[in-house]
Design a protein around this ligand. Structure first.
Ligand SMILES: [Zn+2]
Length: 172
């Protein structure tokens, strides 16, 4: 698939125009090209609490999932979710910005290590920007070996135990 980087950057710049950044004054737009050829955008959304601020890439990834597959009639999950193949993130001036650490992690699960990220020096694969990343493989291999059914049973037992303890307290 050929990637029209100027178009992607232009879409990101247009998204930056719609950013809500009254506190930092740094408007950011992100545009991603999906593997089915669509462009999806996001803008940063700040908040008076500061800590609740959403990066433009958060909005982009949320919009990616919210939009669903291009072919809405295809209800089979066999093809997996739509993935990003290229991303451009820019400030209000239209020049590239690199995603923050959290967003590199977020983008990894939306496009994988081969996702191309626009930089001032040209496209770079995400795995270069996020080496030795934590991935779903780590999750699958390192989690407790209990099955989810075991965990449900444990939770039920804990709830029963809590109820018994509450009853005992009430009896005293
Ligand atoms: Zn970010």
């Amino acid at each position: 698939m050929s990637i029209d980087w100027p178009a992607l950057r232009a879409a990101a710049t247009a998204a930056a125009d719609h950013a809500y950044a009254p506190y930092s004054g740094l408007r950011v737009g992100a545009a991603g090209l999906t593997d089915d050829g669509r462009i999806i955008v996001g803008s940063n959304v700040e908040n008076a609490s500061f800590g609740l601020t959403l990066c433009a890439e958060c909005g982009l990834v949320s919009a990616l999932h919210g939009a669903g597959p291009a072919d809405q009639s295809d209800q089979s999950d066999q093809a997996g979710p739509t993935e990003l193949v290229a991303v451009a993130v820019v400030a209000g001036d239209g020049d590239p910005l690199l995603p923050c650490g959290r967003c590199r992690q977020l983008l990894l699960e939306a496009g994988g290590g081969s996702l191309l990220v626009d930089t001032a020096d040209g496209p770079v694969e995400l795995k270069v920007l996020l080496p030795a990343a934590f991935t779903t493989t780590d999750l699958a291999e390192r989690r407790d070996q209990e099955t989810s059914h075991d965990q449900e049973t444990t939770r039920e037992q804990e709830t029963t135990r809590e109820q018994e303890t509450t009853r005992e307290r009430g009896a005293q």
